[in-house]
Design a protein around this ligand. Structure first.
Ligand SMILES: Nc1ncnc2c1ncn2[C@@H]1O[C@H](COP(=O)(O)OP(=O)(O)OP(=O)(O)O)[C@@H](O)[C@H]1O
Ligand SMILES: [Mg+2]
Length: 731
């Protein structure tokens, strides 16, 4: 699966970079706003604009449709600019700000994004400012005073959508506009206005009044979200007048796309990732996780493996988040392990790897996040770790967030349908054997030539290997007859009690109020609960209700005997155990062939899984995973058939503990064997006639304990009873 991509810069690119540096130094030394000969009057011709580009930004040429966009808005016409992530949309409004006396207003959804851009512009000596709730009153006043003059010295002013909607502020803008000094309104990340988009922000809706209030100012909408429905929504909502729609291909040719199947990895996912990152050397990377706890855990794991990393999520205070961001931007740390809170506006050019540890919920989200790789146009890589459990979990989250609504009416059905069909595309991306690049682009309505990819995704570069993995995945799931997607999607509701976070992915955005512009919290939470047109129809309380009920259900099932309100995210679910058994079965099968053994695969896998579970079940998922990983490694490397046979045969019983009881009290490896023998003498996998004793899930255990707490204790009969239950399940 590894695509042998080199991250070394090409020679010509290196020279190009030096050229940039020299240009930049030159600009830094002089710093006048206008290049020689340009004067301070309006410049619209190609040559003059090019001069500005070179003078201020040090770039040799305009990229893609930048020049067209710039000239369009400078002529007073609206423009809708659809460019890929990292395509250079910012320059489409930054150059006009330099080319004409007056001001360009930029609406941006995130404070981090504004800060970032304003700092970069100031560094270049360009008069740019932003207004946000995080600024001191003094700093805000300074900007307001400048605006109140009616002839601002600023060239670019970044604001939040909420501020723009305030009547006082609009009045100031109208004054400036009346003097012909408001040249352009740029709506960055314009897809946020669409409730069909993956980043819907209700506050963006307020921008629809701009056209009425400032009818003579051209509007430039910019986004990397290509879904046609979103595009139409953006144009309608902003009342764009005969806009020139500039759509570049969304292809990111420098990104190599790869999917790694968690269920089939030789090691556990964390180890696989750390090995991968180590193999790339000291590269800059972002790892996206669904849950905050995963961020923390994984970051610790990476650090222990010698990779400098830090977690970033909305649960951290803003100071910590800023320091992580700063450390990463300044290369003090190599990897940020983040939730989607680490999102829009992160503009580090040399991100070489973007990894998703869990499947994202939509192609739009995936495209945006993976698109943070290789913004310098040099080779980069997107790696998505795909696992059956993750898939079921996401399906659960998406269906559950709207399940209550379904009873309520058709709009909620649409919500469910939309998020599930969005997610289905993501599952297809992971499970299809065809070109991944093609699939991404087709999702965005692009027609793709069969020669486009040029082996820059794993499916095109290693088709046989991908086909083999998909075959193994089908075996792993014990289902070759039906489509993989249907397996994954149909069984999701059965695994409810193994899920610990509901819609946390969205929640990340809502919680990070410091990241979000001065939006009212209620609005943003609403956005977070459902990204759909219907989301704005449903009341916030209703949605909170739905999530709360889902959560309660989870707690009830998962942890009915423990204190309410706290889920143990470490609990190893039955579903997980089943999937691990499958994984061990595959490993055993290979060992069997390699060493010419005769094994009962089913029982042997059950035995080994039990070994792992007994040892580390109580310690939690990570330990359990690592124990499974080391067992798989041992199976694949052991050279003697007798070693395997020895490990799979059983010792002598020494006590009468029931397996269920072992969950309540820690056991060691020795006592594990004992328990097998005690409960029906079924431990030996080589004895095909014997069945393993059941290991109930934690909730089963707790429930059983509660109902039987008044009965006389009879370990052996309990075990037998459970064994019968298991047999019944097996038949
Ligand atoms: N003409 C150009 N030549 C070289 N580099 C450029 C050019 N235009 C922009 N860039 C650089 O490309 C990078 C990405 O630009 P920018 O941040 O504007 O992308 P974007 O389209 O806004 O992406 P996103 O959708 O992720 O916000 C920036 O570092 C920018 O300086
Ligand atoms: Mg941008």
């Amino acid at each position: 699966m590894v695509g042998g991509m080199s991250f070394h810069r090409r020679r010509d690119s290196f020279q190009y970079q030096i050229f940039h540096v020299l240009w930049f130094r030159k600009c830094e030394m002089k710093k006048p706003l206008v290049p020689p000969g340009a004067g301070n009057k309006e410049v619209t011709g190609r040559e003059a604009l090019l001069k500005l580009l070179r003078w201020h930004f040090g770039y040799a040429e305009f990229r893609g449709k930048q020049l067209e966009a710039i000239q369009t808005v400078m002529s007073g016409r609206d423009c809708f600019c659809l460019m890929p992530t990292g395509g250079g949309k910012s320059l489409c409004y930054q150059i006009p700000a330099l080319a004409k006396t007056g001001i360009v207003l930029v609406v941006s959804p995130l404070i981090a994004l504004m800060e970032n851009q304003v700092a970069a512009l100031k560094e270049k000596g360009i008069a740019a400012e932003y207004l946000s709730s995080t600024m001191t009153a003094q700093a805000k006043n300074k900007v307001h005073e400048d605006l109140a003059t009616g002839k601002p010295s600023l060239r670019l002013l970044y604001v939040t959508p909420e501020l723009l909607a305030m009547p006082g502020f609009l009045t100031k803008l109208t004054k400036i506009s009346d003097k012909g000094l408001l040249n352009l309104i740029a709506i960055d990340e314009a897809h946020c206005i669409s409730s069909w988009g993956h980043d819907f922000r209700p506050s963006y809706r307020k921008l629809s009044s701009l056209r009425d209030r400032l009818p003579n100012v051209p509007i430039l909408a910019l986004t990397a979200t290509a879904a046609p429905k979103v595009q139409r929504d953006v144009m309608d909502s902003l009342n764009l007048r005969n806009p020139l729609v500039l759509q570049s291909s969304f292809n990111r040719p420098n990104i190599y796309y790869e999917v790694r199947f968690k269920d089939l990895l030789e090691h556990d996912t964390y180890t696989d990732l750390s090995n991968l990152l180590i193999s790339y050397g000291d590269v800059c990377a972002i790892v996206y996780c669904l849950e905050r706890t995963t961020c923390e855990e994984l970051s610790i794991h990476l650090s222990k493996s010698g990779i400098s990393s830090a977690a970033y999520h909305a649960g951290l205070n803003s100071k910590l988040r800023t320091s992580v961001l700063d450390d990463w931007i300044s290369s003090k740390i190599q990897v940020v392990v983040a939730t989607v809170a680490f999102g829009m506006g992160i503009d580090r050019k040399d991100v070489r790897v973007v990894c998703h540890i869990n499947i994202p919920k939509s192609m739009e989200g995936f495209y945006q996040e993976s698109g943070r790789a290789g913004r310098d146009q040099l080779p980069a890589r997107s790696i998505l770790y795909y696992g059956t459990e993750d898939c079921k979990k996401m399906k659960y989250i998406l269906s559950n967030a709207s399940s209550k609504g379904k009873k309520g009416g058709s709009s909620e059905d649409r919500l469910s349908e939309k998020s599930l069909s969005d997610f289905k595309l993501m599952v297809e991306y992971c499970e299809a054997s065809g070109c991944r690049r093609k699939l991404i682009l087709e999702c965005f309505g692009e027609k793709v030539s069969p020669y486009l990819c040029r082996k820059s995704c794993d499916a095109c570069k290693h088709p046989d290997m991908v086909a083999k993995y998909l075959g193994e995945l089908a075996i792993f799931r014990g289902n070759q007859k039906y489509g993989l997607f249907s397996v994954c999607m149909s069984s999701s509701t059965k695994t409810v009690n193994s899920y610990s976070e509901f819609g946390n992915r969205d929640d990340e955005v809502s919680d990070s109020e410091d990241d979000i512009s001065d939006s009212d919290d209620g609005d943003e939470v609403e956005k977070c609960l459902a990204n759909s047109k219907v989301s704005s129809i449903m009341g916030l309380n209703q949605k909170l209700d739905i999530l709360q009920q889902a959560e309660e259900k989870y707690y009830r099932k998962q942890d009915s005997g423990k204190q309410a309100g706290k889920a143990d995210k470490n609990v190893i679910s039955e579903a997980l155990r089943e999937s691990i058994k499958q994984r061990l079965r595959i490993a055993l099968q290979e060992t069997q062939l390699r060493l010419n053994l005769m094994l009962d695969l089913e029982l042997s896998a059950n035995y080994l899984e039990n070994e792992c579970y007994r040892k580390y079940g109580k310690a939690g998922k990570s330990f359990y995973y690592s124990q499974v990983g080391s067992t798989v490694r041992w199976l694949s490397s052991t050279e003697k058939a007798s070693d395997v046979e020895n490990r799979l045969s059983i010792g002598t019983p020494v006590n009468n503990t029931c397996p269920a009881e072992s969950l309540a009290a820690p056991t060691d490896h020795k006592s594990t064997k004992t328990e097998f023998q005690t409960c029906g003498d079924a431990a030996s996998p080589n004895n095909a006639a014997q069945k393993l004793p059941p290991i109930p899930s934690f909730s089963e255990y707790v429930n059983k304990k509660m109902t039987k707490s008044h009965q006389p204790r009879d370990d052996v009969s309990n075990c037998e009873g459970a064994d019968v239950k298991k047999k019944a399940r097996l038949t």
